[in-house]
Design a protein around this ligand. Structure first.
Ligand code: KG4
Ligand code: ZN
Length: 354
């Protein structure tokens, strides 16, 4: 089983090769060409720039993957590509390229939901050659032991979703953001503070030596019974706070305190609602993925509260949290491995849902 993965849904051009070695499926290599520096000065992703970069980088990145790892496209069993959700023209580049390759090589092209890639990413591992004998070297589809039914929390720049995962392709959305995504809130507040894009890692860095109790920012719908989030109120209260207290932008320790307090307001509501969703549905496991899942405080707080609630928390390796093609190829490979239809790629769909 050899699968090439392709991901171009937002601002990362990514390719990966997943291969069966004995009973193990290994991510042989996963390459990501990030456009962060190009979008930085706009404070967010510019679709036209993303599309142009994907067009330029995708063929070159695929060639790099093949030559660096001495792979042969003719040996592929299939190509897996992200068909949505994402930026329309960015998706179009990846899907057209995958289909073109599929026709040229006579191989099937499988369509993968980007969010499904994120959801299952905690169960896939990048091959780490220094850990050859450890469990981290790959995954066996027959042994994956994905703890269905489980709860999923996807938190990225574009999404904040709580999803009940009953089995492969059995997804039930339980809640989500009614306005900004959690990552977007991090990015916008970072911008107010003059910090570079993407803002999440920057805010986390500044928050490290800050006092999270310094400012009492509102948490979104914390007590409501539903599993929805709203982060735009929080963003607005940071804006008003900074207008009244401009020294929080200027004085380093105050900036640290503001970052820590803001981060806490987001993290606590994410943790509380995710654990409550597990309790209400009887899920004993939760999977967490997406760029914001790189956040150390979120990871730690989820593990702490999960332990208290008797819920096992699976969080993707930080190198698989942000957009990558390893998760896309792995979903298609794992589905083929367990006999679940991997879905032949149709048209791309910017608004693809579960
Ligand atoms: O999953 P991702 O790479 O792309 C999307 O599909 O959106 O997520 C990117 C988002 C950005 O908003 C970024 O600020 C946020 O993830 N992020 C973080 C951290 N690292 C990345 N947010 C909080 N803390 C972090 N350490
Ligand atoms: Zn993503």
């Amino acid at each position: 089983m050899k699968i090439l993965g392709i991901e171009t849904s937002c601002d990362e051009t990514a390719v990966a090769w997943v291969e069966q070695v004995g009973t193990q499926y290994r991510v042989i290599d996963s390459l990501v060409s990030s456009q962060i520096r190009l979008h930085e000065r706009f404070g967010g992703v510019v679709p036209e720039i993303a599309t142009r970069e994907h067009l330029k980088n995708l063929p070159a990145l695929t060639k790099d993957l093949i030559s660096k790892n001495h792979l042969d496209l003719k040996e592929l069993d299939g190509i897996a590509v992200t068909v949505g959700p994402g930026l329309p023209t960015a998706l179009l580049v990846g899907v057209s390229y995958a289909k073109g390759l599929g026709v040229a090589l006579g191989k099937p092209v499988y369509g993968v939901n980007h969010l499904e890639g994120h959801l299952f990413s905690p169960f896939f591992h990048l091959e780490d050659r220094s850990l050859m004998d450890s469990q981290k070297e790959g995954f066996d589809p027959a042994q994956l032991r994905i703890p269905f039914p489980m709860m999923g929390l996807i938190v990225s720049g574009g999404h904040t979703l709580i999803i009940e995962v009953k089995g492969w392709k059995e997804y039930l959305k339980r809640g989500g953001t009614v306005d900004d995504a959690a990552g977007e809130a991090f990015d916008k507040v970072a911008r107010m503070l003059g910090l570079p894009y993407p803002g999440g890692p920057e805010i986390e860095k500044w928050a490290r030596l800050g006092n999270a109790e310094a400012i009492d920012f509102p948490q979104s719908f914390p007590e409501r019974e539903n599993f929805n989030f709203s982060f735009s109120g929080l963003k607005t209260s940071v804006r008003y706070f900074l207008e009244k207290n401009p020294d929080y932008k200027e004085i380093d320790q105050k900036k640290r305190d503001l970052c820590a307090s803001f981060q806490k307001a987001i993290v606590e509501v994410l943790v509380r609602k995710t654990i409550r969703a597990c309790q209400q549905t009887g899920s004993k496991s939760v999977v967490v993925a997406g760029g914001v899942a790189c956040n150390g405080v979120l990871r730690e707080r989820l593990q702490q509260e999960g332990l208290k609630a008797g819920v096992t928390v699976h969080i993707a390796d930080p190198n698989l949290c942000t957009d990558n093609a390893a998760m896309i190829a792995s979903v298609a490979a794992a589905r083929l491995g367990v006999g679940v239809d991997p879905d032949v790629a149709g048209d791309f769909n910017p608004n693809l849902r579960f």
